[in-house]
Design a protein. Structure first.
Length: 274
């Protein structure tokens, strides 16, 4: 029997939790499919994707460093992929790939459903102005926050990003040192500081967290990330890493591919526990 084939493509990809997540979704929704890891050479993304399609592949999750390559490759794409300028999900449409980006929707679901956070009317600070920041601005602005402020080490990139998203809502850039004295309800780490380096304490001023503020790191780990530790020291009432977003963006991809939205809570418990 032929089962529909899906995969996550990246480099590196061995660490990816996507196979575990999608296999759990498939089991819970009684969908018959296979899901594997595809390691593509850094200069061989298009060839690997074409190969996968030729072998009957139905869909791909795209991870580092190929989200821009995926965007460039697809013939048809969703509006949210357009606005992010990157694709994290590809769906085979019989003779071409359709490109989507489910990262922003995944973040929104994690914030609003899992963490019960209101975004409407709140002040949001996004730290970083690279690809990860670009992928979340339109979905955030769609929730009608009081304002979204983008701050980045290289200020010019924050200016460029804020300008690009001005048509979607109240977004502005600010130089990191000019943040002193401002307070935010939600602070999102969209830098690539990640797990192995420390939050640059000389860059981000103290005291940016409003009372009851949430600090959200797009990165996830088995222990608290450096950003979460720093935010808690700074008085953030709640901290969260990006595991919920990872699972929610996967659910959104699964929905696109299979037409069924899987429950995410059991998979969150499985991954957090293991
Ligand atoms: P991604 O796709 O993960 O966003 P990216 O496009 O390379 O990756 O962007 C990385 C982001 O993290 C940038 O905003 C970068 O700041 P610069 O634009 O100044 O490079 C930010 N970043 C990386 N290392 C950082 C550090 N040590 N301190 C502050 N910001 C950092």
């Amino acid at each position: 029997m032929n089962v529909d084939r899906y995969a996550v493509i990246g480099n590196p990809v061995a660490h990816s939790k996507s196979p575990l997540i999608h296999t759990a979704f498939a089991k819970a929704t009684a969908q018959s499919l296979s899901y594997e890891r595809l390691l593509a050479p850094r200069d061989g993304f298009a060839a690997a994707v074409a190969d996968f399609a030729a072998q009957g592949g139905k869909g791909l999750n795209v991870t580092i460093p190929f989200k821009l390559d995926a965007f460039a490759l697809v013939r048809e794409k969703s509006e949210r992929a357009e606005s992010a300028g990157a694709c994290n999900t590809l769906a085979w449409r019989g003779d071409h790939w359709f490109g989507d980006n489910t990262d922003g929707a995944g973040l929104l679901r994690d914030l609003t459903v899992n963490l019960s956070e209101n975004i409407a009317g709140r002040s949001v600070l996004v730290l970083g102005a690279g690809g990860a920041a670009r992928g979340i601005l339109q979905p955030l602005l769609g929730q009608r926050p009081h304002r979204v402020v983008v701050a980045n080490r290289t200020h010019a990139r924050a200016v460029e990003l804020a300008t690009r998203f001005t048509p979607y809502g109240a977004v502005a850039s600010i130089e990191p040192r000019a943040l002193a004295g401002s307070r935010f309800d939600i602070v999102i780490n969209a830098t690539s500081i990640g797990l192995n380096s420390q939050v640059p304490r000389d860059l981000w001023p103290d005291g940016m967290f409003a009372s009851a503020a949430l600090a959200y790191d797009l990165v996830y780990a088995n222990q608290k990330t450096p950003f979460m530790v720093w935010a808690a020291e700074q008085g953030a009432a709640k901290t969260a890493d990006g595991l919920g977003m990872l699972i929610e963006q996967a659910a959104e991809s699964f929905l696109l591919w299979r037409g069924v939205r899987p429950e995410t809570a059991p998979v969150f418990a499985l991954l957090r526990g293991g």
